[in-house]
Every structure is written in structure tokens, then in C-alpha cells.
Design a protein around this ligand. Structure first.
Ligand SMILES: [Zn+2]
Ligand SMILES: [Zn+2]
Length: 363
């Protein structure tokens, strides 16, 4: 495999560096408009077996490796690949400009697939502006403050896992029924009353299902905002194609900082939790007790893939906000600043409304 180090595709017409264009879905020269097609293939996009790979001892699996030049941001620690010898690298995560950056050669598991960017910078900005405009409580000047230079398109590393799960379960399902009992009526006699009881029924069974593409993000940089990332990263993985470093031309690409073994463990606990839920619903009943599930996993495989994301770091009133725009679907997630004035007006309006109804009820 070609090393992405010094990976250059000069424009055949003018010699400028080509980049992957999300609008044209091919390489494009910003200088003269020349284009060059990249094949979208799915021949190498194979699952790698997890067995033989010892999750416990961090040993590297039997998968294609590649040597990458990795730049580590001295400010925030983000590790991104360097596509060519650039005099300056701007960190995709914190925006720090680094002159004459030092990049280290690093051996990494090569991505099997990549989901090429579909959302251009302009489209990302448009989505963002309509999103901040949608929020009635957002400050009025927020839309104008979304500066395009704060939008960075970056390929984020992910692991995906497949596994066949087979579970045996046993437990007790409880069913409600009512009995009529006699209770004192407080006047020296008795009266009938309905009382709920539970009939317990031991049950057992088995459940099996195949888990396809359990997605685990491999970026420590984004791990702190997992909820937002999960919201933005609803990707359609059928569009993932064979990894070709040319899809990365002109884009930042982060290298994985959460390794395969940690991610495999997380995928496994996700699968076990889903199996437990599935077994609980098979057990049935109004209530349950003593459910025990034993799950066996087999045919575990993994893939390393890169998925496109726009990261927008944005400062409003001295507070930093980050927004994410899915680079495939344009879906946005993040926190929107709220206008203190608009919230105050809303609260005052609410109080007035309460007072109004209180006054009416007094009449
Ligand atoms: Zn050109
Ligand atoms: Zn940084």
C-alpha cells in the first residue's frame, strides 16, 4: 500500500495539488478545475477475524498495517495524519497553527474502508446556519458569528465489529392476579378488597442473533462529547468503499487513539447488554426475577474505517461551543448558545401567564 507520506497527486494540467471534492466525488484541482476519477470499489473491504488476536495482551492483529506520518498537536494532543510536507499544520481540533511541524512515522492498522466526504464546506455552513437559526432561544447575532474558517472537515477513525451471539437464559416470570380478601371495615365488621398477587413461573430458553457493524469511535479527542458524536454519527455504512489514501487528499484525518482491544471490549459489552434485553423480553411476564443470561460470542470480526465529520469550534460571548456536522448526511449535533435575554423574556412571560390564570381563578 502506498504510504500517505508525501502522497501527492499533482494536477496533470497545472501541477497544483489535487484534492478530493465532495461535490464532484472525484479528485479536483482548485486552481484550474481539472478533475480525475477515483474508483469507488468494495473489493478489499473485508472483515478481519478478532480471534488469533489476543484482546488481553494488546498484540496487533493479523491485518494490513501502514506507516503513516503522524502529527501530534502540542496544544491538545490530537493525532492526525500528514498527507504532505506542509510548512504549517493547523490542528483540526483546537485550531492551533504549528509552523514547521514535526511528524513521526507510526505503524498503524490500515483502514479497510473510508466513507468519502459528501457534504462540502459550503453545505456544512448552510446546514449550520439554518440549524442555529431554527432555535428560537438562540441569540440574534449567533447566525452572523458562524465564521467559515472554523469549519474543519476531518476523517474520524472508527472500529466496527460483527459477532454471532448465542445466549442461554433462565429466570422467573411473574404474572399478576387478583384475590379477594376480607379486611376490617373500621365499623367492627369486614369488607371485601381486591389484592394483587404474583404467580411466579420458572422459564428458560435460548436466543441467538447476529450483530452487524457495531460502531465504536476510536478518537480520544472526541470521547469527551460522546453523546454529541453519537447524535451526529448516524452514518449509512453501505456507502463505505475500499480505503484509498486519495480520498483523504485535502482533508484532515485523525489516527485512532482508542485501540482495537479497548474498542473490542466495548463492542462486546454492547452486544451482551443487547442480548440480556432480548432474553428479558423472551422471559416475559409482568415482572421478572433471577434472570441469568450466559452469552457465547463466535465469528467475531472487525474493520477499521474512516468516517467524515465537520468539526466547528465556535466562541460566543467568551464561551466555546463545538458543533459537529455529519460529512455524509449533513446531520448536525451540538450545543446551541441560548440568549439570556430571550430566556428572561420567556420566564417573565410564563410568570405573567401564571399570574393571569391565578387572577381569573380568584373571580
Ligand atoms: Zn490544475
Ligand atoms: Zn490541537
Amino acid at each position: 500500500m502506498l504510504s500517505t507520506d508525501l502522497f501527492r497527486v499533482p494536477c496533470p494540467t497545472c501541477g497544483s495539488q489535487m484534492r478530493f471534492s465532495p461535490e464532484k466525488q472525484q479528485l479536483s484541482c482548485d486552481h484550474c478545475g481539472n478533475t480525475q476519477a477515483i474508483p469507488f470499489t468494495k473489493n478489499k473491504l473485508e472483515e478481519r477475524p478478532l480471534h488469533g488476536y489476543q484482546v488481553e495482551n494488546q498484540q496487533l492483529p493479523n491485518a494490513p498495517m501502514e506507516e503513516k506520518r503522524v502529527f501530534e498537536c502540542p496544544n491538545c494532543g490530537a493525532r492526525t495524519t500528514v498527507n504532505a510536507d506542509l510548512p504549517t499544520i493547523t490542528c483540526a481540533f483546537c485550531g492551533t497553527k504549528n509552523v514547521n511541524p514535526e511528524a513521526k512515522n507510526t505503524r498503524l492498522i490500515e483502514p479497510a474502508g473510508v466513507l468519502p466526504f459528501r457534504i462540502s464546506r459550503e453545505q456544512a455552513i448552510e446546514r449550520f446556519k439554518s440549524w442555529v437559526g431554527d432555535d428560537l432561544l438562540a441569540p440574534s447575532d449567533l447566525k452572523a458569528g458562524a465564521r467559515p474558517d472554523n469549519f474543519r472537515g476531518i476523517y474520524i477513525p472508527f472500529w466496527t465489529f460483527d459477532a454471532q451471539a448465542y445466549s442461554n437464559w433462565q429466570g422467573e416470570a411473574g404474572f399478576y392476579y387478583n384475590v379477594t380478601i376480607q379486611v376490617p371495615d373500621g365499623k367492627g365488621g369486614t369488607m371485601n378488597q381486591q389484592e394483587q398477587r404474583v404467580r411466579w413461573e420458572p422459564r428458560s430458553g435460548s436466543h441467538s442473533s447476529f450483530y452487524d457493524d457495531i460502531l465504536i469511535m476510536a478518537s480520544k479527542q472526541l470521547a469527551g462529547q460522546e453523546g454529541t458524536v453519537a447524535e451526529a454519527s448516524s452514518y449509512n455504512l453501505t456507502d463505505v468503499v475500499d480505503y484509498d489514501p486519495r480520498f483523504l487528499l485535502g482533508w484532515d484525518a485523525e489516527v485512532y487513539s482508542i485501540d482495537l482491544s479497548d474498542s473490542a471490549r466495548r463492542a462486546e459489552s454492547t452486544i451482551r447488554a443487547r442480548e440480556e434485553n432480548a432474553c428479558a423480553s423472551e422471559l416475559g411476564g409482568n415482572v421478572q426475577r433471577g434472570l441469568r443470561v450466559s452469552t457465547q460470542l463466535s465469528n467475531q470480526t472487525f474493520k477499521h474505517i474512516l468516517l467524515p465529520l465537520w468539526i466547528c469550534a465556535y466562541v460566543y460571548n467568551g464561551k466555546a461551543y463545538q458543533f459537529l456536522v455529519n460529512g455524509q448526511t449533513g446531520r448536525i449535533a451540538g450545543e446551541r448558545p441560548k440568549s439570556a435575554w430571550k430566556i428572561a423574556l420567556l420566564v417573565i412571560g410564563f410568570i405573567l401567564l401564571v399570574l393571569f390564570f391565578y387572577a381569573i381563578s380568584k373571580k
